[in-house]
Write a protein that binds this ligand. Structure first.
Ligand code: EPZ
Length: 420
């Protein structure tokens, strides 16, 4: 197993290009199950989660070719609708095959993803919506067994909660259904928007893209004429590097991004005293005179993303004063608190709220990555700690950050991947 060794007390400098969004690439790859032709996706991040989904799609009978950041995929020969536990357990997002498989084949068996480090993460809303579309669903031996022998039917669905992959799954399911589906309280994340745009470009009649109500006229089972796709930039990777600049109070630039997708984060960074200069596809972060404490609450897009909560928590340890961070989406997304504590951070938890004491000298330690974003917070903390931090279990990071050491090194960080 590998670990990361990160030297502390660092200043960063320079420009890096942001990769394609993992959380957009995953639903887009799943959506290729709805296609009648071969598709080329570019700007696909070369990360473990993408490889896992490609493996699952191959397992179902697709042909995939991955070279650098381009993936070519042909799902026309897919015959199986069985997504097995061995692959699904590696990545929750495998559940994104449920909607497309059921709408294409009228039946499917997809392993239940199980719990994960950031919370219980049920899929009840996905299943309830499919049932409203006429699916018969049972859970047997850890699998979701879904049947809709005469195809899924359009329905009026109101999501009880905003769910990103739930919205994506049902949008894909509704694409080949009979009749019109109206979805209310749909997630508005840029990744959901890109999926809708790709389906629209494939000829699907879909209205309300980017709003919380979406209407889809299903194709009565006809496969879509999908076009080639360029995956949007990863706003969470971008935000993570902005936080790296911020925690070391350095000037850095990130390119290949859509600044609008990062607005909730850049607003917070400005409130904390950093300079933010935006271009059409880049952002420069300028050092703060004094880093001010901040209060933040995670919520759905366009609110502050839960996927940036851990990184901002690390940053708040260097602010002037106490910051309050409220995690509103996942009940257990504070696993990084105890690891940051091992580095000297003073963070008090009360329910879903964390009080983070600022002006704290962090010290290097051996720490453990617990989930993808928690792990990136540990790298950020390590950049300002006294001494050399060793971060273990970094396979979590490889799930979602492309060329991590390469990008940090390009900014001048002293970071190395070493064998345990
Ligand atoms: C997506 O997860 C992302 N994953 C997550 O990114 C992200 O943290 C999350 O959205 C929130 O933005 C992908 O896009 C692949 P949800 P998802 O369904 O879709 C509850 C990362 O680090 N809920 O929007 O699984 C749920 O428990 C990852 O890249 C139900 O109750 O999240 C949570 O409280 C981690 N029932 C809330 O809704 C359901 O059926 C939002 O979850 C579904 C969700």
């Amino acid at each position: 197993m590998h670990y990361l060794s990160v030297e502390g007390n660092q200043k960063l400098k320079g420009t890096i290009a942001i990769s394609g969004a993992k959380n957009s690439a995953l639903p887009l790859l799943a959506s290729t199950l709805l296609s009648k032709n071969n598709i080329m996706l570019s700007n696909v991040p070369d990360v473990a989660d993408v490889k896992t989904l490609l493996k699952l799609l191959e397992n179902l009978g697709s042909t995939t070719v991955q070279k650098d950041n381009i993936v070519s995929i042909d799902t026309t020969q897919v015959k199986s609708a069985f997504a097995n536990y061995d692959i699904v357990r590696k990545m929750r997002a495998s559940i994104l095959t449920l909607g497309p498989l059921l709408s294409r084949f009228g039946h499917c068996e997809v392993s239940l993803p199980g719990g994960c480090a950031i919370g219980q993460r049920p899929i009840d809303l996905h299943l309830k919506a499919l049932e409203q579309m006429g699916a018969e669903i049972e859970i047997k031996q850890g699998y979701v067994i879904a049947k809709a022998p005469n195809g899924l039917k359009g329905a009026n669905i109101i999501f009880d909660k905003v769910t990103v992959t739930g919205s994506e799954n049902i949008i894909m399911a509704a694409s080949l259904a009979h009749g019109t589906t109206t979805l209310v309280n749909v997630a508005k994340e840029p990744e959901v928007v890109q999926l809708c745009e790709v389906l629209r470009d494939a000829g699907l009649q879909i209205e309300g893209i980017g709003t919380s109500t979406i209407n889809i006229i299903g194709t009565d089972g006809a496969l879509l004429d999908m076009q080639d796709i360029t995956v949007i930039p990863d706003r969470i990777e971008a935000g993570t590097y902005l936080c790296a600049g911020a925690i070391t109070n350095s000037g850095i630039t990130i390119t290949n991004i859509i600044p609008k997708h990062l607005e909730s984060m850049t607003l917070k960074l400005k409130q904390m005293g950093f300079g933010i200069e935006k271009d059409a596809d880049s952002i420069t972060l300028l050092p703060a005179e004094t880093i001010k404490a901040c209060d933040l609450e995670t919520s759905e897009y366009p609110g502050f993303p839960t996927d940036m909560q851990a990184q901002f928590m690390a940053l708040c340890t260097q602010a002037n004063g106490t910051s309050i961070i409220d995690e509103r989406l996942f009940e257990n997304r504070f696993m990084h608190v105890s690891e940051l504590g091992r580095m000297g951070a003073i963070i008090k938890l009360k329910g879903h709220s964390a009080a983070v004491e600022g002006n704290t000298q962090l010290n290097a330690a051996d720490v453990m990555a617990t989930d993808l974003r928690a792990s990136s917070a540990l790298i950020l903390a390590a950049l300002v700690a006294k001494g050399t931090t060793r971060i273990h279990r970094i396979y979590h990071l490889d799930r979602g950050y492309e060329n991590l050491e390469g990008k940090f090194s390009a900014l001048g960080a002293k970071i190395e991947r070493l064998e345990e």
